[in-house]
Each structure stands twice: as C-alpha cells, then as structure tokens.
Write a protein that binds this ligand. Structure first.
Ligand code: PLP
Length: 220
C-alpha cells in the first residue's frame, strides 16, 4: 500500500471535525513529501531535533505537532514554529513554554497529557493529581500558553474493554474541564492500533504513524 492510499483509507473513516496527525517520526523526508503531495498538512514528531530538521526542509504550510514527552531544555528550538505540543504534564514545562512563546511574541498551544494507562512507563498527569494540577494552572499567569485540551495514551492491551474504558475516562474529564477552560478544543487520543475505538469514545484528534507510513525501523 502506498502512503497516499493509506491516507485516503483512513480519511474515509473520519468525520470532518477530526484532525488526523500523520506521525512521521523516524521516517525520511521523502515519505513526508509523499504524504504532503497527497494533501496531508499536519505532521507529528516526538524528537525536537528531528522535527526542526524536517521543518527546515519541507514546505512552510505544514503544521508541526510535538507528540512526544518534551524536555524543557529543547522547547526553545521549536518555539518559533510548533503548532501544538501534546505531551505536557508538568508546571515547570508550562512555564518554560510560556517563556519561550513570549520571546517569539506568540502563543503556543498545548495539550495536557493525562495518564490513563495502567502501565507504569507512560508519562502524563496521574488521574488523582489532575484536579490539583488544573487549579494550579488556573492561578498562574501563563498568558502565552493556549490550553487546547487533553492528550492520552491507552494501555497497550489486547483487551478492547480496557482500552475503551481508559479512553472513556479521558473523554469524561475533557467534557468536565471544558466548562472551565473555554479554550479547550481537542481531545487527542488514538493511534494506528486503537484510533477507531478512540473515535467511538469521542476523540477528535488522532495520531497515526505506522498505518500511514508502515512500520518504523529503529535499528537504522
Ligand atoms: C509514535 C506515536 C504515535 C503513533 O503510533 P502508531 O502506532 O505508529 O500509529 C502516536 N502517539 C504518540 C505519542 C507516539 O509517540
């Protein structure tokens, strides 16, 4: 299957209000160009340096999303152009994003990552800390940060029931906080293996890599 066919196939399953992020991490420029020629304009990367290199090499009407967990000292390299940072789960990171956005005289949009998976290794704000985190955020003057919603990753579990339950928890929280945070607009959940389940549970932003570009090879 070609990248173009994969994109068309996935797009055909999405309603108009769903944003499809083509997750292009580890993939060569040529693969992104093929997706671009097929009309794709939103790309997701999880390493700042790789994203900067691709941003420099590719057309400027591409929207770049940082979907990985961000290291604070790397934020400055993408502050000029990044469209949305998904993996934010600490106040310190938010402060740094605010500072770098201010330097570039812009607002940077973020999604707060909430830990919905049971697995230990995943990042995100633990569910039991979310309330405190959100009230903390409200008291701070982060005028150059635009809070656009939540992002979550479900367990890598073959049980659809567990994955569905995790997505549903995040959707409920999203609806709850959207009442207070009026800039909330996106609920980013769903990847190649579980995006249909995520859409069922109310996701409106999916991050799809291997189903578009093929499997990643980390050994090269
Ligand atoms: C790599 C990655 C994806 C895409 O994964 P696929 O299974 O290839 O679709 C989505 N979200 C995050 C945060 C990722 O790091």
């Amino acid at each position: 299957m070609s990248i173009q066919k994969n994109l068309l196939e996935i797009q055909s399953k999405l309603s108009e209000d769903v944003v499809l992020i083509a997750v292009s991490k580890t993939k060569p420029i040529s693969a992104l160009e093929e997706a671009y020629r097929a009309g794709q304009r939103v790309f997701g990367e999880n390493k700042v340096q790789e994203m900067v290199e691709k941003w420099q090499a590719l057309p400027k009407d591409i929207h770049w999303h940082m979907i990985g967990h961000v290291q604070r000292n790397k934020i400055k390299y993408m502050a000029e152009f990044v469209e949305l940072i998904h993996g934010v789960d600490s106040i310190k990171t938010l402060k740094e994003i605010n500072k770098q956005a201010l330097k570039h005289n812009r607002k940077i949009s973020v999604l707060l990552q909430v830990k919905i998976a049971r697995e230990e290794s995943k990042f995100g704000i633990p569910l039991e800390e979310l309330e405190d985190f959100m009230s903390n955020v409200k008291t701070m003057e982060l005028n150059n940060v635009n809070f656009q919603g939540f992002m979550g990753m479900a367990s890598n579990d073959p049980s659809q029931d567990i994955v569905r339950e995790e997505f549903s928890i995040l959707k409920q929280l999203y609806d709850q906080y959207r009442k207070e945070f009026t800039t909330f607009e996106y609920l980013s959940m769903g990847m190649s293996g579980d995006y249909l389940l995520a859409l069922d549970q109310g996701s409106n932003m999916i991050r799809v890599g291997s189903a578009i570009f093929g499997l990643r090879n980390y050994s090269i």
